[in-house]
Design a protein around this ligand. Structure first.
Ligand SMILES: Nc1ncnc2c1ncn2[C@@H]1O[C@H](COP(=O)(O)OP(=O)(O)OP(=O)(O)O)[C@@H](O)[C@H]1O
Length: 684
């Protein structure tokens, strides 16, 4: 599926060939009869070469006025009469009979008609207003219906699932309640929310009903697995996560409700509603994203409380979502010991209404006092690990130096020509992406197909060419990563790139943008002073973007021409010192060997604003998997010894140096990275 091209944004979701769906869902085979099915898609549309400027709220308003369409200004949408409802006169200016069922997103111009469920881009809307809309409308409406094989599966699972209290064995029901932490959730609550239990999969089943209608559009299955003292939950959605857009609890919301509590899990919504009686909705993909397609359903609320979870990540997500919802109507429940997630609060006998009353307003003016910040500071101090960001699974040495990957930072990455910058940065970003960091790639030099091929090889940690029969397994898993690509190639204006990034942050909750590389945003400046000024401007624009959007930007910049014998330094980054001043982190890929340590390359962290730790670590390149990370087994553990230059050289303290032969052939499926999903295991 390609999206957004009509709305002018050169951005697409990468969907490789979809493969057999049974394994992906991890459902018992008995539930998915018949031979494996494969669906192949062709790339339907070419990349957009001349990006259209994004629409603004003012332009949307002007357009509606010019066409005599009445509208109301809402929190994140404009409401207008829908041209997709039969018998409705667009030019009916009285507004008395017209139902304002069309919601137009003020940021993107995308629309949704609540009556017909038609949706589409701003261009689609204009086309239908101007009388050429039939094709677009049909296409959009067709896109609404779940795919036939999904509907069949949804129906089959739903029919087999039963309410918990109808389980024949009371012990089984009790065990399920304990596993899902539902001992205090009543049958009445489960009944109201139509929650069922699927015995063969030992999973709770949460339905996704069509808004306003009776139909079942999808399901979420939640299974629980005990691991030691902990319970691990696994979610499976039908349709797949990328298109699973259920606001769980929507059928219970009345038109008159003006307040709602948003949670990140269905179970939290059950607990919250049971103990407070308040309307509550659960987001479809937890704290990962708030798809703009859901915003129309939240327009009616004058107050929205976000109570997403008990960690710093939930708190960060709540702040980002509040921006989208309009912070003036949002309050946030801060995670804390006495403020765990709602289900846990219920189980611990805490007063959920009281916790809700402590919710903090999300909006404040540009000037804040320490009084407003003190809780945030405390949050960071008491969650030092989480405040340090997301840790790489494949690069423990990077964690040691940078501590983690944090939102809102700018990382500048450089290295000699052809040294493997793209290859390294691809693995570095992939690692984070597999941990749920929504990532947007701007690859201006190499095509997205080639980049995706490199990434897929790194993801599978092995050569796929020789095992094409396993391509679909890996591609299916890869497809579910929150990974997006800009379709730019070659030179681009910085404005267009920033606009596209902004759009992606809004639509896909992007937290990491990789730009490879900055030189493609430079014009044809002849004078070196002009070039330096242009680069400074671009670096400044990315810096501002990272800060304003709480989004990490990793920017690849070529070095200036230097003597081949010399190692690169921060000052070798092309241009003035602006890039290294603005950057929070500066990473340099050095294409020479460390005196002590394996590998023919090393990575140098030469600036680290977070806590000042700088240093180096060796990189070993594996040609078959295109990875730089050292497989866990043969990892040479290294000690940190600071030399006079501030560089850190390391001594292997255990393991044998060079235990992994260079360019060694890695068999697919052999040694998986610890973070690496094993496709033989079912998952969503
Ligand atoms: N450490 C390495 N040893 C040998 N080959 C490598 C190494 N790293 C990358 N390569 C290979 O070298 C080629 C160029 O790598 P890559 O495109 O990542 O370099 P780059 O630094 O981004 O290049 P450029 O300067 O043109 O942007 C690729 O084919 C890649 O597989």
């Amino acid at each position: 599926m390609w999206v957004l091209l009509r709305s002018g944004y050169p951005l697409r979701i990468l969907l490789p060939l979809r493969g057999e769906w049974m394994g992906r869902r991890g459902l018992p085979r008995s539930l998915v009869p018949g031979p494996p099915r494969r669906r192949y898609r062709k790339e339907a549309l070419p990349a957009l070469e001349v990006p259209v400027l994004p629409v603004t709220a003012t332009e949307i308003r002007q357009y509606l006025r010019a066409h005599g369409i009445p509208f109301q200004d809402g929190h994140s949408c404009l409401r207008a009469p829908s041209p997709f409802v039969k018998g409705l006169q667009l030019k009916d200016q009285t507004g008395a009979t017209a139902s304002f069922s069309l919601f137009i997103d003020k940021t993107t111009g995308r629309f949704l008609c609540m009556n017909s469920l038609a949706e589409g881009s701003w261009e689609d809307f204009q086309a239908s207003v101007e009388g050429q809309g039939d094709g677009a409308r049909e296409g959009v409406l067709l896109g609404e219906a779940p795919e036939a094989e999904d509907s069949e599966e949804i129906r089959r699972i739903w029919d087999r699932a039963i309410p918990l209290w109808e389980l024949p064995e009371p012990e089984e029901a009790q065990l399920a309640r304990v596993m899902f932490g539902l001992t205090k959730v009543t049958n009445d609550t489960l009944r109201r929310y139509s929650v069922r239990y699927l015995r063969p999969a030992r999973s709770l089943v949460f339905p996704w009903f069509s808004p306003g209608g009776m139909g079942l559009r999808g399901l979420k299955l939640l299974s629980a697995e005990g691991q030691g003292n902990e319970v691990h939950y696994k979610e499976t959605t039908i349709p797949r996560p990328g298109v699973y857009c259920n606001l769980f609890g929507l059928p219970l919301i009345s038109r008159r409700d003006v307040e709602v509590v948003l949670t990140s899990r269905e179970l939290d919504s059950l607990a919250l509603n049971q103990s407070t009686g308040l309307p509550t909705l659960a987001l479809p993909r937890g704290t990962a994203c708030l798809p703009p397609a859901l915003l129309p359903y939240l327009e009616q609320f004058r107050r929205i409380v976000l109570w997403l979870g008990d960690d710093l990540r939930s708190w960060e997500a709540a702040k980002l979502f509040a921006r989208k919802l309009n912070p003036k109507r949002c309050s946030l429940v801060r995670p804390g010991d006495q403020q765990p997630r709602p289900l846990e609060a219920l189980n611990r006998g805490l007063n959920l209404s009281r916790i809700l009353r402590t919710a903090l307003p999300a909006w404040h003016k540009s000037i804040v006092s320490f009084r407003q910040l003190r809780e945030e500071v405390l949050g960071e101090l008491s969650n030092v690990e989480q405040a340090a960001g997301i840790r790489w699974n494949r690069f423990p040495d990077l964690n040691r130096l940078l501590k983690g990957h944090r939102k809102g930072e700018l990382t500048v990455f450089t290295g000699p020509t052809g040294s493997g910058k793209t290859t390294f940065i691809s693995e570095y970003a992939l690692d984070l992406c597999t941990q749920g960091v929504n990532t947007l790639w701007g690859s201006f030099e190499i095509s997205n197909v080639r980049l995706a091929r490199v990434m897929l090889t790194q993801f599978a940690v092995g050569r796929l060419e020789e095992q094409l029969d396993r391509y679909d397994e890996w591609a299916d898993r890869f497809e579910d990563l929150p990974l997006y690509f800009m379709t730019f190639h070659g030179k681009q204006s910085i404005r267009t790139v920033i606009d596209t990034m902004q759009h992606a942050v809004y639509v896909y909750d992007i937290c990491h943008v990789v730009i490879d590389n900055l030189q493609f945003m430079m014009g044809h400046e002849q004078l070196s002073t002009d070039r330096i000024a242009a680069q400074d401007y671009i670096v400044g624009a990315f810096r501002k973007f990272a800060t304003d959007n709480s989004c990490h930007v990793t920017l690849v910049i070529h070095p200036r021409k230097e003597d081949d014998d010399k190692e690169l330094q921060t000052a070798s980054i092309f241009g003035s010192a602006k890039a290294s001043q603005e950057a929070d982190n500066v990473l340099i890929l050095q294409d020479r060997k460390l005196v002590t340590g394996p590998g023919k390359r090393y990575l140098q962290v030469s600036k680290n604003r977070f806590d000042g730790d700088v240093g180096v670590f060796p990189l070993e390149f594996n040609k078959s998997s295109l990875t730089f990370s050292i497989p866990p087994k043969s990892k040479a553990r290294l000690k940190k010894v600071k030399d006079d230059n501030g560089l850190v050289t390391k001594k292997p303290s255990s393991g044998r140096k060079g235990a992994v032969p260079q360019n060694s052939e890695t068999c697919l499926g052999q040694a998986h990275h610890s973070n690496q999903p094993n496709p033989s295991k079912p998952s969503r």
